[in-house]
Design a protein around this ligand. Sequence first.
Ligand code: ADP
Length: 454
Amino acid sequence: MKRHLTRHALGWPRRVISAEWQGPADLPQSLTMEWRLVFVRWVGVLAVAPALPLMHLPNNRLIASVAILVFAIAYNWSVRRYIQRRPDVFANGYLTTVCDSFLNMAMVLVGGGFDSAFSYVLFTVMISVAMRYGYGPSLAMTMIFTGTDAIEHVIGHQSADAAFAFRTGFLFITALLASYLRSLTVKAEVALHDRLIELQRLYSDLAVAHQELLSLDEAKTNFLANVSHELRTPLTSIRAFSEILQSYPDDEETQQEFLQIITAESERLTRLVNDVLDVTKIESGEMDWRDEAVDPSALLDQCARTFAPLFEHSTLEFEQDVAANLPEIRGDHDRIQQVIHNLLNNAMKFTSEGTIRLHAGVQGDELWIEVSDTGVGIAAQDQERVFEKFQQVGDTLTGKPKGTGLGLTICRDIVAHHGGRLMLDSQPGRGSRFSIVLPVPPAVTEPIALPAAA
Ligand code: ADP
């Protein structure tokens, strides 16, 4: 109980002391030191006030000391009151340093001169100045104190004694030591600040990397989910039709029909697995790319010859406009061919009437290969999406042979590997034009006009 009361009784002084030392919560960092010096001055006043009567000073000196003490109280009170309102005046600490110096010198002189107990005050002031400003100001102040001390000796016709030498020597040593400590603190603060900045930078790098990992992880999960889903559809049909086949052993026509479905679904499955393999290999950097001289004219001619027969029994027209002397490029012949096959396949899939064109020419130092059609087209908001994995857009797919939704992703990756770009220009209902732009090695660039666009 007694202990509790004592703790309770000590509660408020502790709170007051702590509040006076810490200062208000919104106190700017630059004023912390000044604020704490206010506290230190109060401690000084409280220490000197009761000591004055015990020093047996002559009356006139005692009155002067009390006056200085009253001035000190008023001065400290003003600093405490205005420190936050005029931070510009107080933050640099010059004003309080000058005032403190004069106040303390006055106290020392009135209280019995430098050769009295009051001279200890000088050390306190010195340390506070050294800790605030370092070597220069603290040594300057030491010289002022020592000079005043010396003048007092001269006026009093005293010779410099051992006490004078001690005071002077220790004042200088104290100034140097305190300033050294300050320089260490400043250095540590700068290092800490640098580390903090570095840490903040590392933290934000880490946050970015974390975010990238999260989205990569999400992309991987989506990819797996999509692949499984896409694999399940043909597998389910193959399984279902195989099972039904077993119950129609004698009906040859139905058997043929089901076998055709099973073959088509198996082909789709193979395509899907190949596409997935291509995407994963390209994106993980494991694709074996060939680096060979490629003759674009021959390559496009070969593509055209592969596709031409498909148009023979179709209402669609195929137009080929490829210059014969296109400059050689470097790259993987088969992969570039794969891109053109894919674009031509898509053009056929999404066009029911009109023309499919294959153009090629050179513009500047770039080879342009364009596949255009007069098909369903792609809405503006879907034009970027069609290059993403498993993206099949529009509702025009009904009745069309289903793809994997990976074709354009692979095309863009292949073109990008060759340092080129794959672009799309399309208008819904009017058709689409896919342009492959590949760099031509400078030595072989020749001006060949690009045929008129679709
Ligand atoms: P898919 O194997 O499904 O064709 P792609 O990545 O090649 O996958 O194409 C993605 C989607 O882009 C297609 O499903 C289709 O919606 C659209 N698309 C591609 N080419 C054309 C085109 N020539 N005309 C209209 N839409 C197209």
